[in-house]
Write a protein that binds this ligand. Structure first.
Ligand SMILES: Cc1ncc(COP(=O)(O)O)c(C=O)c1O
Length: 539
């Protein structure tokens, strides 16, 4: 496994990178500054010795540097601080990367240009008109002077669904949502870039061993005001609440490049496909908004007395665990063997108590971390934690009926499922007004007999829902083949089968969606709990 460090991992781009790196099986460490997230280390880019120590200690093969001061107007008024963090901070990372032989991926911007005649390609001489722009350009120069194996990715107007972020899309959402009109420049042109695309393209370029400067942005150039209106439509808000104004009327501290934006020809050549269109990006944003899949929760900071008490409590929990719950030595013919039951260790008890101290009764920081880890474990497009395996099934089957799903199901459509099944695998089919068509199970595995499925298909058959009974994987070769040939949606109920594989691939990752249960009888538990694994881009 390659080890990657993301400096600035709680920021918009940093979080996007962590998601993609996890899905690509990298070993990841990350740092935060303003927004703490579980699993990340606090690191101030302006604390040079801390930066060097951190990297020296971890010795990553890859360093993603997304951290910087990025508030352009703040930077204009604080040039010393801006240069110290954005240039000198970068210099320390560069020096350590050079010592360790690590590849550096650095995020830059079209603000290194004056905006007189954009969009710009990678060869054009920079001409910054703001302190922020100058700091990023100087940082690029530091990298180029010292390193050979570097990737400078220039981007612009990066946006994404993240409730804790102040990115442009979230500003539009928050203002319009609260009924406040928003003034937006009509004369600033750029190419909005969905953060997920930026992160995915970054990792692909790294995997292709690309070096040098590459523009990574969305394909379409558009004025900010038009982009805002498109965002309003995505979020179901009124586009008329966007008030287009000339930039000059906003009296901002720092000058902006007006005719900005970046060309994407080089990116297209390198990836073998055109940059992502605005239309596609907005569709993805809308799905994220609707699924609210990327909410991140703050972990409460403890300090002084509260940190001391928390530690004392955790130490006592550990003692208690070892006294009461620690796994006893197995004695043949004496120790009873349960077919199922709660399996947990001291760390899980500590996390449980940790959540309780913050009084997180609903999805919180650990839920968020768990969703991310499960996304990575399954290599899934998404993973949603819900309150039970039954709810996961209900959500998965109901989403087949969603009106904005192309080819969605209608009441009266048929779903094939085995006759031996769990009630809550069957119930959502009936609840949605769909018709379950039952196929016999095999003796021995008690899974659906895959060879009987095709005979059960009628003109109204639209989907197959298969449980992997008691951890035995169904024959996914045959089932996937039937689903593909007959254009049927496929949902796997993997509630009993977390970690089971078929031909080396995890069950739950074959179908459009998979479901899991974290009820105590299953492999891992959170009391009640379930999850939906989302594999298909259609969901
Ligand atoms: C195959 C299967 N599907 C769904 C479920 C429902 O999960 P939950 O109890 O979390 O609602 C179970 C529960 O045991 C199950 O075994």
């Amino acid at each position: 496994k390659l080890k990657a460090v993301v400096i600035g991992a709680s920021g918009l781009i940093g979080q996007g990178l962590v998601r993609v790196l996890e899905n690509n099986q990298y070993e990841i460490a990350g740092t935060y500054m303003a927004r703490s997230l579980p699993g990340l280390t606090r690191l101030d880019l302006g604390d040079f010795s801390a930066v060097q120590e951190y990297l020296h200690h971890l010795k990553p093969q890859l360093i993603f540097l997304t951290a910087a001061l990025t508030n352009v107007d703040y930077c204009e008024e604080h040039p010393d601080e801006t240069f110290r963090i954005n240039i000198e901070g970068t210099r320390r990372v560069v020096e350590e990367a050079s010592r360790l032989g690590s590849k550096l991926v650095f995020y830059s911007t079209d603000y290194i240009f004056d905006g007189k005649n954009g969009p710009y390609d990678e060869e054009i001489q920079a001409s910054p008109v703001s302190i922020y722009g100058r700091s990023k350009f100087e940082a690029e120069r530091v990298i180029q002077e010292v390193l050979e194996d570097y990737l400078i990715l220039r981007t612009t107007v990066v946006y994404g669904w993240d409730r804790r972020s102040k990115n442009f899309a979230m500003q539009v959402y928050q203002k319009l949502q609260s009924g406040v009109p928003l003034q937006v420049p009509e004369d600033q042109v750029g190419n909005p870039t969905l953060v997920d695309y930026l992160a995915e393209a970054s990792v692909r370029l790294v995997q292709q061993h690309t070096c040098g400067i590459v523009n990574v942005v969305g394909k379409d150039l558009i004025p900010r005001s038009e982009f805002s209106r498109a965002l309003a439509r995505v979020f179901g808000l009124d586009p008329q609440m966007i008030v287009p104004v000339p930039t000059a009327s906003l009296k901002q501290r720092a000058q902006r490049p007006l005719q900005g934006g970046l060309k994407t020809e080089k990116l297209g050549r390198l990836l073998g496909t055109e940059a992502m269109s605005l239309d596609e990006a907005l569709k993805r944003l809308r799905r994220q908004w609707r699924g609210d899949a990327q909410i991140t929760y703050a972990k409460a900071e403890r300090s002084g007395e509260s940190a001391r008490i928390a530690k004392e409590i955790f130490d006592r929990v550990k003692e208690y665990y070892n006294l009461v719950h620690k796994e006893k030595k197995f004695v043949p013919f004496k120790t009873p063997i349960s077919y199922a039951g709660r399996v947990f260790n001291e760390q899980e008890m500590i996390s449980l108590v940790d959540s309780a101290l913050d009084f997180w009764l609903t999805l919180g920081p650990y839920g968020d971390l768990f969703e991310r880890k499960m996304r990575g474990f399954f290599g899934a497009r998404d993973f949603l934690l819900v309150n039970s395996g039954s709810s996961a099934s209900l959500l998965a089957v109901s989403s087949l009926m969603a009106h904005d799903l192309e080819g969605h199901l209608e009441k009266g459509d048929e779903i094939i499922t085995p006759a031996v099944t769990f009630p809550s695998t069957l119930a959502p089919i009936v609840q949605n007004g769909l018709i379950p068509v039952l196929v016999d199970a095999e003796v021995g595995t008690y899974n659906i007999n895959p060879y009987l499925i095709e005979k059960a298909i009628s003109p109204r058959t639209r989907a197959i829902v298969v449980p992997h009974t008691l951890g035995n994987p169904c024959d996914m070769d045959v089932i996937c083949d039937v689903a593909r040939r007959h254009h049927l949606f496929l949902i796997e109920d993997a509630c009993d089968a977390l970690g089971s594989t078929f031909r080396g691939k995890l069950v739950g990752s074959f179908g459009d969606m998979g479901t899991l249960s974290f009820f105590p009888a299953h492999h891992i538990t959170m009391g009640e709990g379930g999850g939906v694994i989302i594999n298909s881009a259609r969901f």
